[in-house]
Design a protein around this ligand. Structure first.
Ligand SMILES: Nc1ncnc2c1ncn2[C@@H]1O[C@H](COP(=O)(O)OP(=O)(O)OP(=O)(O)O)[C@@H](O)[C@H]1O
Ligand SMILES: [Mg+2]
Length: 354
């Protein structure tokens, strides 16, 4: 368990100017979860994650990791605790003069009574874990970005930590490689019983693998919830924007070009955005409502995402028909669909109205 209480961090610049990077963070991260922290650049994400392993000391507040209060430890005690907290970085931070196995062995060789043959054995075991057993004697310059990050992960796990901190670990990677690294992290969580903290500015990363997520905004947590909650019912504007960018990309264009007005004119269609959650995303709800209400429903576009194994579907539709038919169809949809957002009325030029 990671417990942060009332964490403040103020940097004092050479000029004497102060930057309040964190302004009072309370956060509990449970054992075995993959916890995401998302926020815009400068929100304080890196500061927050570096406070968890005390690479950065908080100006105020307490940091409790597995029952130990880290802020009260001396340097030697802190080094010992840090062995139980691995970390990976956006730029991988590998030693270019060392082979892959040299890099992975590094934290093990720092130990006082390192037994070379045992280290070699452990390194091969770690490389196998990340799918790089054939790269032991290769130099980092010969690896792809995804392979470099796998080396970073193997090195971070060398001292058998129970916590893995990831600071923008996939930000330098293309989407396909990102997905494969996130799959690796998810499988390692299970295999090794890891607790994983992921810092990212990409909602896609959260969507792929996090159980819960905190939104960091200007040094404070503005919203926190399960990934499904955050994606299906975002509350703050920033969260809504982040979620939109990630799940509604396909309907975003459509919404921007949709010409709607508030007051209906004769023969107008009603434009709606529907959010389907869970198994309902697969229900033939639209067909049923169209049949029962006799409204004409046209589907303008949509997208389905999977979050924590659950389908979440966005659909933009237009209802056409007599006003009372539209109203009736809207009511039925509101009963059956997770969320219905009325976008407005759209002209249906030249069509027949009933
Ligand atoms: N070592 C430092 N000295 C002074 N100011 C710092 C230092 N590190 C961070 N800051 C400032 O603290 C604030 C938070 O920075 P931080 O790096 O934690 O944000 P971030 O969310 O990780 O941003 P990014 O997404 O760009 O990595 C910023 O205003 C930043 O300029
Ligand atoms: Mg950062």
């Amino acid at each position: 368990m990671i417990r942060l209480h009332n964490i403040h961090k103020t940097y004092v610049l050479d000029s004497g100017r102060q930057v309040q990077a964190l302004k009072g963070i309370d956060l509990e991260i449970r054992d075995g979860e993959i916890f995401g922290v998302i926020g815009l650049s400068g929100a304080g994400k890196s500061t927050l994650i570096r406070i968890i392993n005390m690479l950065e000391r908080p100006t105020e507040g307490s940091v409790e990791v597995n029952g130990t209060e880290l802020t009260s430890l001396n340097d030697a005690q802190l080094r010992a605790e840090r062995r139980r907290i691995g970390m990976i970085f956006q730029q991988f931070n590998l030693l270019s003069s060392q082979t892959v196995s040299g890099n992975v062995a590094f934290p093990l060789l720092l130990e006082r009574h390192a037994d070379k043959s045992k280290v070699r054995e452990r390194v091969l075991e770690l490389l196998k874990l990340v799918g790089l057993e054939d790269k032991a004697d290769v130099y980092p310059s010969e690896l792809s970005g995804g392979q470099k990050q796998r080396v970073g992960i193997a090195r971070a796990l060398a001292t058998d930590p129970k916590i893995l901190l990831c600071d923008e670990a996939t930000s330098a990677l293309d989407p396909k490689t990102t997905a494969s690294i996130l799959r690796l992290l998810t499988s390692l969580r299970k295999k090794l019983g890891l607790t994983i903290v992921i810092i990212t500015h990409q909602m896609e990363v959260i969507k792929e693998c996090c159980d819960r997520v905190a939104v960091l905004d200007g040094g404070l947590i503005s919203e926190l919830g399960s990934t499904l909650e955050i994606f299906s019912t975002p509350k703050q504007d920033l969260t809504k924007r982040l979620v939109s960018a990630a799940v509604r990309r396909d309907v975003q264009d459509l919404l921007e070009h949709l010409k709607v007005h508030e007051k209906p004119e004769e023969g107008d269609a009603l434009a709606l955005e529907l959010l389907f959650l869970g198994e309902k995303a697969n229900d033939p709800v639209i067909v049923e409502v169209a049949e029962r209400s006799r409204a004409r429903i046209s589907i303008l576009g949509g997208a389905i995402n999977h979050i924590q194994g659950q389908p979440l579907g966005n659909l933009v539709v237009e209802l056409a028909g007599a006003p009372e038919v539209i109203e009736n169809a809207l009511k039925m949809l509101q009963e059956k669909v997770f969320r219905v957002t009325v976008l407005g009325y759209a002209a249906k030029g030249g069509q027949n109205h009933d």
